[in-house]
Design a protein. Structure first.
Lengths: 325, 286
């Protein structure tokens, strides 16, 4: 009952976004598209962090894989500029999944702080290659992409591109939602709560975590393909540690284990990084402050605020009721 | 590529490793005692360089700048641990994000106070020349870096092995819960370790300022290297941090000289392998 109401709220918000955005200024449209791309990355991470309890410090690696694949195919081979855009989307997801399948062999065995460290190291491996492998990645300068694909519709048009990214966002949200509500997703939650018990119950927890890791990698790759097309430039800046850390903050800020929370967090962080930074020079104080305050005072994230307000009002109501007894 | 090339590269690698030891020695102890992934550690390094610059500008003394910078930043680290990390309790993810938040705050503060231009710390004249040996030139400053790291390493080793505080730290690394059980004040140990870590990193930053300058972004550039040292050497072990620093310093130098295209990969891939196969590091205790 309650979850049905929440679904309706999300659908209403998505409809509102789809209807209102085209009437905004082109700057706002770009900003929202940017936030949606990172919302896909944040939701992919939420599958790991929020549902499986795996805090990955290297999610930018998969974004980088998708982004570099798109850029290299487009600028070196002229591939992906027409209908083949869809093939690139598929390839990007496959490459993200394949990379995660390889990295997962190392990472999944680790737990707690060690998982943080090993995913950080894996992310740095990808960054190192992007930064130094000049002949393939263009090194520090990165790769400039040709204009966005055209196939009947032109993605160079910001509104059209917004709708395409919006479509992928909804696709990601829906897919991951179905996934986390499935028995597979319930098992992941069980692993998050108490892995030992799940193992004793006969679940292959390693395999569950490994598959979740691969799926997260696939959607990270999807975000990468979209990011490359959105930005028109792919550089090592996209895969630095800060990107991975930002993705973590997005999830924690919005509310882990909710999917939608990651999207809200992505919107806030994108707003701070992209919009506030053009207004004031001290925007990093705000960003740093948001990190610190979220951690200290908002363990459930922004999405937990209505619930906390409700609880607070119930408690206050009870207190007020006491004297009349 | 003759013997001379190898010798010079090895010397460069070792002196770089010396700097990394200052940066990562404290990080390793913090990691060992508190299991905190401190992403603000690079900021201590950067701020150490900046504070040293300010001291040099006001007093003109380079010699005074090193201890002052290290002590000021030790105070910053101590306050961070006491007022923010401690109340959080043990929660790796939230601790990481909190330290990132501080890293961003420090970055902005550094930008506001010292500006965005790259700066350089001029070492005193005695340390600027080079020593000719067998037809090769060794910069005096690099020799100084190696000696300073060796002296600090020795002093730390003595503190860890011979003093009561050192014994408490070792106990906390081995089994924090048990140490608390037998009456070790692990809260005080954590505070001491955090301040010490910040002290060493800031000292490294002040020394390194003459080596690769002081500029915005240095903090996050140097941070992953520090983690590589900690992981390869094993957390909570000074000997491990020393060995890890040498390995990373040498791997970085030879990697860049021999296979430039995959040089960082050759640095972080071993880190992944070690984490996957022996998470306690090459020299860590199980």
């Amino acid at each position: 009952m309650k979850s049905r109401r929440n679904i309706l709220i999300v659908i209403a918000a998505l409809l509102a976004l789809a209807i209102i955005t085209p009437f905004s200024s082109s700057y706002v449209i770009t900003l929202i598209t940017h936030a949606l791309v990172f919302a896909i990355l944040a939701m992919s991470l939420d599958l790991l962090l929020g549902y499986t309890g795996l805090p990955s410090l290297g999610q930018a690696a998969y974004l980088g894989m998708g982004a570099y694949l798109t850029a290299i195919l487009a600028s070196n081979y002229g591939f992906g500029l027409g209908w083949s855009f869809w093939a690139v989307i598929l390839l990007g997801m496959l490459l993200g999944a394949a990379t995660a399948a390889f990295f997962g062999l190392f990472a999944i065995r680790a737990t707690g702080v060690y998982f943080l460290m090993i995913t950080l190291a894996l992310g740095m491996c990808v960054w190192g290659l992007a930064y130094r492998w000049n002949s393939l990645t263009g090194g520090d300068n990165g790769i400039n992409l040709p204009p966005r694909p055209e196939f009947g519709i032109s993605l160079a048009n910001d509104v059209t591109f917004f709708y395409v990214v919006f479509g992928f966002f909804v696709f990601t949200l829906a897919t991951l939602y179905v996934l986390v509500r499935s028995p597979f997703g319930r098992t992941l939650e069980g692993i998050r709560e108490r892995e030992l018990r799940m193992r004793i119950l006969g679940y292959n927890t390693w395999l569950h975590k490994y598959i979740a890791y691969i799926i997260a990698g696939a959607f990270g790759g999807l975000a990468g393909v979209l990011w490359a097309q959105m930005n028109g430039l792919v550089s090592p800046e996209d895969v630095i540690l800060t990107t991975s850390v930002d993705a973590l903050l997005m999830v924690v800020l919005g509310g882990p284990g909710t999917l939608v929370g990651g999207a809200i967090g992505a919107a806030v962080v994108t707003f701070l990084r992209d919009y506030l930074s053009t207004l004031v020079h001290w925007w990093q104080y705000v960003l740093g402050g948001v990190y610190v305050l979220t951690i200290l005072y908002l363990p459930g994230g922004l999405i937990g605020i209505p619930e906390r307000v409700r609880n607070w009002r119930v408690r206050r109501g009870r207190k007020a009721a006491v004297p009349s007894h | 590529m003759d013997a001379r090339f190898w010798l010079i590269q090895a010397f460069n690698g070792i002196s770089y490793g010396a700097l990394l030891f200052l940066l990562a020695g404290g990080l390793s102890l913090i990691f060992g005692v508190m299991r905190i992934v401190n992403l603000a550690h690079g900021s201590y390094f950067l701020l150490g360089g900046y504070v040293a610059l300010s001291v040099i500008w006001t007093t003109g003394s380079w010699l005074l700048a090193l201890p002052v910078a290290a002590l000021v930043i030790a105070g910053v680290g101590l306050a961070m641990e006491r007022f923010f990390l401690r109340p959080l309790g043990f929660d790796p993810l939230r601790q990481v994000l909190l330290t990132v938040g501080f890293a961003f705050l420090f970055q902005q503060a550094a930008l506001d106070i010292w500006g965005g231009d790259p700066l350089n710390i001029e070492p005193p004249g005695v340390l600027t020349g080079s020593v000719a040996l067998g037809g090769m030139y060794f910069p005096v400053y690099r020799i100084f870096m190696i000696s300073l790291a060796a002296v600090m390493g020795l002093a730390l080793w003595l503190v860890m092995e011979k003093t009561r505080m050192g014994a408490m730290v070792r106990a906390a690394v081995d089994d924090s819960e048990m140490a608390r059980g037998v009456g070790v004040d692990t809260s005080r140990v954590s505070m001491f370790i955090f301040a010490l870590g910040a002290f060493l990193a800031a000292l490294g930053g002040a020394i390194g300022g003459a080596f690769f300058g002081v500029y915005p972004g240095l903090d996050f550039e140097i941070l992953p290297l520090a983690f590589a040292v900690v992981i390869i050497g094993g957390m909570g072990s000074l000997a491990g941090a020393a060995a890890g620093s040498l390995i990373v310093g040498l791997a970085d130098n030879f990697g860049k000289a021999l296979f430039p295209e995959v040089s960082y990969f050759t640095l972080y891939a071993p880190m992944v392998l070690i984490l996957a196969l022996k998470p306690t590091g090459l020299f860590g205790r199980d």
